[in-house]
Design a protein around this ligand. Structure first.
Ligand code: IMP
Length: 431
């Protein structure tokens, strides 16, 4: 069994797409299991740059079968657009991409409710969502009033859509938000149903059959553990299970079939949207990380908030997800720093704390306790082997391993495929 879960270990944007692209060849299947088109995974292959929001990154690798699992929420129009885009660059999707019939569907009213709530919230209550309708769609799922992708195959699909639009127009009216045109919406979704029909499948059976044949499955997490609905900085989180546990509930593959968990973690920290972020830098250092790391959202283009590495978050992510090893990304972004602080604990209300408190108010009062490492002040972007990293970079990595209790198995020093290299003694495969 070689089934792997790969998750974001901070607030998302850790560079998961790039790592998945490198390890996908060791797996026959790549599965998205939560979130929706709020995610943005950037992968560079040669001169071509792909930004994927819904499609598993494995779609860019020949021979990889891809699944959008039941735990994902799908905007069918966004999915159609993304399929068109990858097909335009010569990638075949039919027969390689399977969309769960149990996945819930994002409807236009979900996006309007999301935008309207964000627009009306007082500044300190804004979540800073991507306005893709993610929260309202998961809320409908939990309230048992959602529409699922499998409903597209039903003869009365048009009636189902019409009924949901009528009911939600009342919600929109109460929010003073624009109405959804019922006829237009029905026609659009009926057309999308015809377009997406060849992809709709019982992906639970498909994946369990693949597992029984010993074909390796890679579960591709979106966002990160600090945005997880349960473990993140609630309510400043997304609405899905972005941690490793979500891979099972979001795909129908049982927990005992997961062999390992890889945590993708950036050599520093970023966050988009609102909510506390203890190591956030409001000065020039933050600006220099943003510039060096090109820290702008792949989905919304928003500038990301930047800060130093937070080992408390790393330890917490390791605990909640059982991380076997880190994929440490964007080491090169620290190339020019003379000194690199690492947050080793927090101070909150006069006490030293070593983990993430449940209360977002308490978390906002946490101040980082730093130790400082010397920087390496040299260009690492052309390095392809661990041995060739400067000594100070190796010491920085070793300290992160020590503080988080998890070894580094993959390191990346740039966006290109050859800039990600594996440490054979930790990983059991070669790139
Ligand atoms: P939502 O997922 O659009 O509801 O947004 C909720 C929070 O999660 C906001 O702070 C977003 O900025 C954040 N978020 C959602 N998706 C991503 C992602 O892929 N990367 C980083 N942050 C994200």
């Amino acid at each position: 069994m070689a089934n792997t879960v790969l998750i974001g270990s901070q607030w998302g944007d850790e560079g998961k797409g790039k790592i998945i692209d490198v390890i996908a060849p060791h797996h026959q299947w790549v599965v998205r299991y939560q979130g929706g088109n709020n995610a943005g995974h950037t992968v560079e292959i040669g001169d071509q740059r792909y930004v994927l929001h819904l499609l598993p990154s494995g779609i860019l690798r020949d021979g990889c079968q891809c699944v959008i699992g039941n735990g994902v929420v799908i905007d069918p129009a966004a999915l159609e657009k993304e399929i068109d885009e990858v097909e335009a660059s010569g990638i075949i999707t039919i027969g390689r991409l399977f969309v769960s019939d149990r996945a819930h569907m994002i409807m236009p009213y979900h996006c309007l409710i999301d935008s309207s709530r964000e627009g009306r919230a007082a500044d300190k209550e804004k979540i800073g969502t991507t306005k893709r309708g993610i929260g309202p769609t998961y809320a409908d799922k939990a309230s048992r009033v959602g529409l699922r992708i499998g409903d597209m195959l039903e003869p009365d699909f048009a009636d189902l859509v019409a009924a949901r639009v009528r009911e939600n127009n009342q919600v929109l009216a109460a929010l003073d938000a624009p109405q959804v045109d019922e006829q237009e919406c029905v026609a659009r979704y009926v057309a999308l149903a015809a377009r997406l029909k060849p992809y709709i499948a019982d992906t639970i059976k498909l994946l369990n059959d693949a597992d029984a044949r010993e074909e390796a499955i890679l579960f591709e997490g979106a966002q990160g553990v600090m945005l997880d609905l349960d473990y993140g900085t609630y309510p400043f989180v997304t609405s899905s299970s972005a941690s490793a546990g979500g891979a099972c509930t979001g795909s129908g593959v049982p927990p005992h079939r997961i062999a390992k968990v890889i945590g993708v973690i950036k050599a520093y920290t970023t966050r988009v949207g609102e909510g506390p972020f203890p190591t956030e830098l409001h000065d020039e250092s933050g600006e220099s990380l943003r510039k060096a790391g090109n820290e702008f959202g792949a989905t919304t283009g928003r500038p990301r908030r930047c800060g130093w590495f937070d080992a408390v978050v790393g330890r917490y992510a390791a605990m909640v997800n059982g991380i076997d090893y880190w994929a440490l990304t964007k080491m090169d972004v620290l190339d020019q720093q003379a000194k690199i602080p690492i947050c080793v604990a927090y101070e909150c209300d006069g006490e030293r704390i070593e983990t993430v408190p449940a209360s977002v108010r308490a978390y906002a009062r946490c101040r980082p306790v730093y130790e400082e490492m010397p920087g390496w002040q040299s260009d690492t972007t052309e390095i392809e082997r661990l041995e060739d990293l400067p000594d100070a970079a190796k010491r920085y990595m070793a300290r992160l391993e020590e503080l988080t209790g998890v070894p580094v198995g993959i390191v990346s020093v740039g966006p290109k495929r050859h800039s990600t290299f594996v440490i054979d003694s930790v990983c059991k495969f070669r790139t």
